[in-house]
Design a protein around this ligand. Sequence first.
Ligand SMILES: *Cc1c(COP(=O)(O)O)cnc(C)c1O
Length: 391
Amino acid sequence: MAQRQSTTAAVRNGIESDTQYGAVVPPLYLSTNYSFDGHKIPREFDYSRSGNPTRSVLANTLAELEQGVSAVITSTGMSAITLITALLDHNDVLVVPHDCYGGSLRLFKHLSSKGHFILNVIDQTDKFAWENAIAAKPALIWLETPSNPLLRVVDIKAVVNKAKTVNALVAVDNTFLSPLLQQPIALGADIVVHSTTKYINGHSDVVGGVVVAAEKELGEQLDWLANTLGLSGGAFDAYLTLRGIRTLPLRMKQHEYNAQCIVERLTAHPQVAKLYYPGLPDHPEHEIAKKQQLGFGGMISFELKGGEASLVTFLETLSFFSVAESLGGVESLLAVPATMTHRSMDDEAQQRAGISPNLIRLSVGIEDAQDLVNDIVTALDAAARYNGVDA
Ligand SMILES: *Cc1c(COP(=O)(O)O)cnc(C)c1O
């Protein structure tokens, strides 16, 4: 096949692959099982937990976009993460960031408390913490960059170099940027994981996950584990996700453009106490983001001034941001991490991760940029009237 860019791969994957009718779009195969061609003559697929033609097109698409060799499509982002932990032995050390996705941290803590592996939770911006973590010869290092919700950025290449000295694998949760804006395998990572629920499907109507492997043997191991543990995704979900991916390049451009328009206005607004966006020159890891990312993405976090009354007024004044968990859909969403996405963390863990009660996370959608900016400014102005009321 001719060399192609990510945008072309996203749009054209599986197109014209149907040999029976010449369907332009790949058909959806819902069948759970496939007949043998004859005695001892299996076909390419036999049973849909182990392999499914529709899921296979999605896996190939995501492996190509992430520059990996193979991919496993799972039922959720969490099952993708569970699959990776199944690589570990009981005496293996797993290093994870203290500010990773709340559900991931809950899973890591649960499995390590049952003796599945040894967990080391560190602040990945702390040089000293890294030295100790590497000295303990970890088997797997977990990165999530940009992180949720404060959009801290970790230097993937630098971590890969540290990991190589002790033969540790590096896995990157790339959910916040999608393969269009960051390709960790090209930076040396061994495994990339996504909650495809977010940008990759992009329409807030499918829950799913993927694990991409950089190397053949690791990919085969992950495939075997997904089938053995029963973590594979459904065919219909794969079909919808594949349809979502066809517009991923266009969507990412608009998400980022809209986010930048909003950031510009938030920077200048007196009701904003702190603003987190990797595209800002004063973001602590701006230079790393510029170097390793192909864009700054559509996620923004900020702290609102004032107390709870200010926060409530802000939320109630907005028209075009739905207060809901999740992210990466075409529609704009807003979350208050302290009481929503990160409520499974206790107060102390939230404080350590820098999550204050007035922190707001925006997943900027692809609506008209000016509509979104006007909406935010109106709500900030309304919130300002409650400054000092209950602070
Ligand atoms: C949502 C999310 C997950 C979990 O994925 P699900 O599809 O909800 O199971 C993991 N990591 C990150 C960064 C996420 O945003």
